[in-house]
Design a protein around this ligand. Structure first.
Ligand code: ASP
Length: 584
């Protein structure tokens, strides 16, 4: 038996018991004739004591030579401490050691194994196994476990069956590049790793599984924007014989269960917002509704004066910054510089101060009188003491810019509270999205998403206006899940591939298996997938997902610990019938 107890469980009720503990040396304090050692495992820290009188001189010497992170086993008696530590659960006791076994020595770790470590991100990732010994990382992994357990509990109770789907498949169109795997046995052919199990879960519905879920890895070869991982985990779900309402209720139920069980938070029924409204009011399809600062569109009240910038703009839109009138001229100039940064891309910003006496002072007083500015205040909901910030230009661009400003200001004003949870559904996404690069429409969600009833005809004339039975679940300004009601007949699916620019041959080659399946009694079905990493991070009150992943990759998609990706040797290339053609 390596241990009778763990390092977090002994207290005064155990006094005089003989115990065996094992763990890592956190630190030791050596007074010459007496040595204290903090022994750590995942449950906590227990203090060990060695001294000349009560333990042997040899053992005292051995204890003096213990280095940080040595793995040891001790036997001893639980005794009461003279100076207690109220900060830890074992702080009232210590172990008077009678036997010390060094199970393994350790090199000096390259950073301190403390909550606040001296190790930077890179070094911690290289030695991630040491990083995982630190409480913040360990606790995040345990937290993730708790969330996944609750997901499984809830969905199983609701009759969902967890089914595994394969990883060696072919392209699933979620809009990213595929990671591919060469097949040795099928020369010149490749598997693709799933961007999601989308087609398989639909086939499970055709197979009659009716309520499916899977906690599953997905792989997308995208340029890594901040806080994305090339492999990430979804809670992937699908249901048959359902309407959109059933899906929303089922997964609102899951989310509510998680907030309750994991965070102890009760939330009301989730509000629902149309995609068009989210874009109009927040400039964003994943609005953070923990705070207001809704957009006010000012075209009607700000155009047709003599201000050319506004007159020429497709959209003039503003927000009221609570208390913003307290900003100095310099603060506002800095804000203007902020929106002009290339990452935001605004050309400038107009503002109007809302004075306590009900008057206004704007940066465009030359063109707008007090009555005009009063209208701006009315439209943006600005009150005395606020600052109205106004951007103008191309509708889509200006919405994105003002949304960035809204989020930045909310952050600065402390309005994005991590312990406050504001979920909502965003509904009726457009079916298609125009892609500037390829000058073509792409499926905004994926090509299996059904258009709203009666909108199929519109595809021919105004494809950009067609709305889909697609929905996203948003939490605190993050998309935590998204899905749709699917097409389930061959004709509509072929039509959709056609609109998306697939030739019938291409559609057959890529998705023939799905269209075939649709001819054998495919039930109406739909579903969604949650991004588990992000969901866990948000429930954990944080916005970066990396701490909740045991072995994450860095921003260049590398695992710096195992040093991957890495070249493979010639023999392996030959076996796979591959030749490299590297860029010079
Ligand atoms: N497969 C979709 C995704 O990964 C989710 C869904 O439509 O169920 O976003």
């Amino acid at each position: 038996m390596y241990r009778s107890h763990n390092c977090g469980e002994l207290n005064v009720t155990n006094i005089n018991e003989e115990v065996t503990l094992a763990g890592w040396v956190q630190k030791s304090r050596d007074k010459g004739f007496i040595v204290w050692v903090d022994l750590r495992d995942r449950y906590g820290i227990t203090q060990l004591v060695f001294d000349e009188e009560r333990t042997s001189k040899d053992m005292l010497q051995q204890a003096q030579n213990l280095g940080r992170e040595f793995v040891v086993q001790v036997k001893g008696t639980v005794i009461e401490r003279t100076s207690k530590n109220p900060n830890i659960s074992t702080g009232d006791i210590e172990i008077l050691v009678s036997e010390l076994n060094i199970l393994n020595e350790s090199l000096l770790p390259p950073f301190t194994i403390e909550d606040k470590t001296d190790g930077g991100e890179d070094i911690r990732m290289k030695y991630r196994y040491l990083d995982i010994r630190r409480n913040p990382v360990k606790d995040s992994l345990i937290f993730r476990h708790k969330v996944t357990q609750e997901v499984r509990n809830y969905l199983s109770k609701e009759g969902f069956i967890e089914v595994e789907t394969p990883y060696l498949i072919k392209s699933t169109p979620e809009g990213a590049r595929d990671f591919v795997v060469p097949s040795r046995m099928n020369e010149g052919q490749f598997y693709a790793l799933p961007q999601s199990p989308q087609t398989f879960k639909q086939l499970l519905m055709v197979g009659g599984m009716d309520k499916y879920f899977q906690i599953v890895k997905c792989f997308r070869d995208e340029d890594l924007r901040a806080d994305r991982q090339p492999e990430f985990t979804q809670i992937d779900c699908e249901m048959a014989f359902i309407e959109q309402e059933d899906i929303l209720n089922a997964f609102e139920g899951l989310t509510r269960h998680l907030l309750k069980e994991v965070n102890g938070v009760d939330v009301e029924k989730f509000p629902r917002m149309l995609y068009d409204d989210a874009m109009r009011l927040y400039g964003n399809d994943k609005p953070d509704i923990r705070f207001g600062m809704e957009f006010g569109e000012l075209n009607d009240v700000a155009q047709h004066k003599d201000f050319g910038v506004f007159n020429n703009a497709e959209l003039v839109v503003g927000i009221a910054v609570p208390g913003g009138n307290s900003y100095t001229r310099k603060d506002i100039d800095k804000l203007i510089d902020w929106v002009k940064r290339p990452q935001v891309g605004a050309l400038g910003m107009v503002y109007s101060r809302c004075n306590d006496d009900g008057t206004f002072k704007s940066s465009v007083d030359k063109f707008y009188d007090q009555d005009d500015l009063a209208k701006w205040a009315e439209v943006t909901g600005a009150k005395a003491g606020d600052l109205i910030c106004v951007l103008s230009g191309n509708k889509n661009k200006v919405r994105a810019q003002l949304s960035a400003l809204r989020m930045e200001l909310a952050e600065r004003l402390g309005l994005r509270k991590p312990d406050e949870f504001a979920p909502l559904w965003v509904m009726d996404f457009p079916l298609l999205e125009w892609d500037e690069d390829t000058e073509r429409y792409h499926a905004m969600h994926h090509p299996f998403t059904s258009p709203k009833p009666g909108q199929l005809e519109l595809l021919k004339t105004n494809p950009g206006d067609v709305k889909a039975n697609a929905y996203d679940l948003v939490l605190n300004g993050n998309e935590i899940g998204g899905g749709s009601i699917r097409i389930h007949d061959k004709e509509t699916q072929s039509l959709m591939f056609d609109y998306l620019g697939f030739t019938p041959e291409e559609a057959k080659a890529q998705f023939g298996f799905l269209m075939d399946a649709f001819q054998y009694g495919a039930p109406p079905h739909g579903g969604l997938a949650f991004g588990l990493d992000r969901l866990v991070a948000i429930l954990g009150g944080q916005e970066t997902i990396r701490d909740f992943i045991a072995f994450p990759k860095n921003n260049s998609g590398r695992d710096v610990m195992i040093d991957s990706p890495a070249p493979i040797d010639d023999e392996q290339l030959t076996e796979l019938s591959l030749k490299l053609n590297l860029k010079p």
